[in-house]
Design a protein around this ligand. Sequence first.
Ligand code: XBP
Ligand code: MG
Length: 235
Amino acid sequence: MSFQALIFDVDGTLAETEDTHRKAFNKTFRENGLDWNWDRTLYKKLLAVTGGKERMRHFIDDYSPATGRQLQAEDIAALHAKKTNIYNEMVASGEMTLRPGVAELLQQAREVGVRLAIATTTSQANVTTLITSTLGAQALDWFETIGAGEHAKHKKPAPDIYLWVLDKLKLPAAACLAVEDSANGLRAAMAAGLATLITPSVYTDDEDFSQALLQVPDLSHADLKSLQIEFDAAS
Ligand code: XBP
Ligand code: MG
């Protein structure tokens, strides 16, 4: 039997959001008296740690900025809340578009009754704003379950968010296909027992995806019928 649900990652998979996250972090730092600037090269390294709060803590621990030593968990949480507001303003202003083929694959799934869900490490508010500003508010109802950073104790590459979503869907991993853009995402999905379709993004295109069920440059190269054939052949 083929998959009954598609579980989508968000950042890098639905849209190339990471550079907007990066700019939102930098604006937050500037507005809060922190002389930190995450350029693209540094941000690529920092993406090894998923979750904005975890990423800031990792930066403080590994790069020891003088202005970071005093920051407590509540300071980082407050900075992250500001960053989330800034990011949401940027996305809501309409600067984001979906990656090629995303809207079409969602539509094909809806036409044949393949269920849709989201498993991301980003904040819930960011998912709502991205979907609303790209597909319209009605599209929020297309996703039966939206699992976000708030819902998992351990973020990707831990499997927690995928296990949380599978529990909500009441489906076994063998009945679902994950769609991811990163090695951390692939590890999380695989640790939850999910076959995974990879669409590498600008920040992840040199990562190792040899364990994926399938890799395509973007989702315009993946129609639902072919995915079902590949999935069936592997199961
Ligand atoms: C995305 C992330 C997130 C974003 C920033 O990973 O790691 O942390 O970079 O969002 P995935 P927050 O694609 O696996 O969801 O600041 O809200 O964490
Ligand atoms: Mg991603």
